[in-house]
Design a protein around this ligand. Structure first.
Ligand code: GDP
Ligand code: MG
Length: 169
């Protein structure tokens, strides 16, 4: 019997970068061009089996509040991990991701492990270079990964990497 630890993980980032899609890809291994907005209404529980323990993830996705900049600190309070997602085809979403890093660090759980996650790498129209994002992540002490919720590439690896980085208490 492996010991289990429960972690609250939040998803942050501009509207339409694919936050809900990444969660659905990870939890259900599926993808849809059209997401029902109710899916993001609350949290989803899922488990990740690591070498010597099980991480029970309580994953908080927004119900679209980020669209109106009305996400409250209540949402990310007590989180021990955060995915800050941007769309690699949108420079604006990358700038907005940096705002979220500052907001989380000033208003949220100060010690939360943060992963900067570039999504939609299946698309040809990339504008945010991997080197640029990686350098920013390094300088800002963030974990970094890229993925495609559509193809699934990189999604599991990103969750594993973040889960492993969270201290077990
Ligand atoms: P959210 O607002 O950040 O939760 O974004 P959604 O998950 O609702 O996704 C917004 C749109 O982007 C939807 O039409 C998705 O199907 C699409 N999308 C999400 N992830 C990807 C991806 O990895 N690749 C592509 N091509 N489209 C994606
Ligand atoms: Mg969503």
């Amino acid at each position: 019997e492996k010991e289990t630890f429960q972690f609250k993980i939040v998803f942050l980032g501009e509207s339409a970068v694919g936050k809900s899609s990444v969660v659905i890809r990870f939890v259900r291994n599926s993808f849809s061009e059209k997401i029902e907005s109710t899916i993001g209404a609350t949290y989803t529980n899922t488990e990740v089996s690591l070498d010597d323990y099980i991480a029970k993830l309580q994953i908080w996705d927004t119900a679209g509040q980020e669209r109106y900049h009305s996400l409250t600190p209540m949402y990310y309070r007590n989180s021990v991990g955060a995915f800050i997602v941007y769309d690699v085809t949108s420079a604006d979403s990358f700038v907005r991701a940096q705002d979220w890093v500052h907001e989380l660090r000033s208003q949220g759980a100060k010690n939360a492990k943060i992963m900067l996650l570039g999504n939609k790498i299946d698309l040809q129209e990339r504008v945010v270079k991997e080197e640029v994002a990686m350098k920013y992540a390094e300088e800002s002490n963030l974990l970094y990964a890229e993925c495609s919720a559509k193809s699934g590439l990189g999604v599991n690896a990103a969750f594993l990497k973040l889960a492993k980085s969270i201290p077990k208490e």
